[in-house]
Design a protein around this ligand. Structure first.
Ligand code: HXC
Length: 265
């Protein structure tokens, strides 16, 4: 996929799946183990914007290489920055594109997912891992702390003790431990990770995009709201599905014993 007629510099982007309904983003800075330089993060924002507008895309897969999903924010780019500059410029504030995508994003993680790489994976809605994946928050070794959600999302994913241990010791978590801890939802052989992730994305993309977006909004709100507020939001969203053609079609198709044809309306 091209950007205003030109190729992306730090990522590859294309449509995948039998119905070309999966947006596929591959980080492509192999020599730097996909370190997340400013240009790369801007390109992720641009392609997500394109995928958001594309009505044929129902789910997005974000991946790296077999060696590294991403080895973190680009240390060489950060090395000489000053406090006054990062504070006044709100450094890295544009890193939230993945977290704010309205379409579901699956992280397919092979190899290293460290620092900002682990944080980027955690901004996604589902994480699948290859058997050799390694997750970690090594910022403490660099004299800094996680700055893109590591201290907030990791604790929600794996609980306080494991999150604190990873962040304070810089110890990494392998794929099996990440599965046991709930950080990832499935582990695949390295060479199966991408095809299996695309298969799962196709499954999601076949459903009503309205319902997928409502599910995503409701589930994400559980981290933000009290239980009563969350239950209220869920009930109102559920009620609102009765105003859609897709709810009618889904239930009619069930009673007529045929597959539904959703129209995203
Ligand atoms: C810039 C990086 C990089 C990074 C690796 N490279 N990680 N460059 N930023 N985060 C570069 C190396 O400098 C090297 O380039 C090349 O990639 C290959 O890396 P090696 O270290 O030679 O590979 P290896 O020995 O296999 O070790 C792999 C590694 C190690 C364990 C992943 O590279 C590593 O520890 N990287 C840093 C991980 C990290 O600390 N991440 C957190 C960053 S801070 P050359 O040119 O020398 O060949 C962060 C903050 C987030 O993410 C806050 C966000 C708001």
């Amino acid at each position: 996929m091209s950007k205003q007629g030109g190729e992306y510099e730090f990522i590859k982007a294309e449509k995948k799946g039998n119905d070309q309904n999966v947006g596929f983003i591959q980080l492509n800075r192999p020599k730097a183990l996909n370190a997340l330089c400013d240009g790369l993060m801007k390109e992720i924002g641009q392609v997500l914007g394109e995928f958001e507008k594309d009505k044929t895309i129902g789910c997005i897969v974000l991946t790296g290489s077999e060696r590294a999903f991403a080895a973190g924010a680009d240390i060489k780019e950060m090395q000489h920055r000053q406090f006054s500059e990062v504070f006044s410029g709100n450094f890295l504030s544009h890193w939230n594109h993945v977290a704010t995508s309205r379409k579901p994003v699956i992280a397919a993680v092979n190899g290293f997912a460290l620092g900002g790489g682990c944080e980027l994976a955690m901004m996604c809605d589902i994480i699948y891992a290859g058997e050799k994946a390694q997750f970690g928050q090594p910022e403490i070794t660099l004299g800094t702390i996680p700055g893109a959600g590591g201290t907030q999302r990791l604790i929600r994913a794996v609980g306080k003790s494991k999150a604190m241990e990873m962040i304070l010791t810089a110890d990494r978590m392998n794929a099996q431990d990440a599965l046991a801890a709930g950080l990832v939802s499935k582990v695949f052989p390295v060479d199966q990770l991408i095809p299996e992730s695309i298969k799962q994305a196709e499954k999601i993309a076949q459903y009503s995009k309205l319902m997928v977006a409502m599910c995503k909004e409701a589930v994400n709100s559980a981290n933000e709201l009290t239980l009563q507020e969350g239950l209220h939001l869920e009930k109102r969203l559920f009620h609102s599905t009765f105003a859609t053609n897709d709810r009618k079609e889904g239930m009619t198709a069930f009673t007529e014993k045929r597959p539904p044809k959703f129209t995203d309306s």
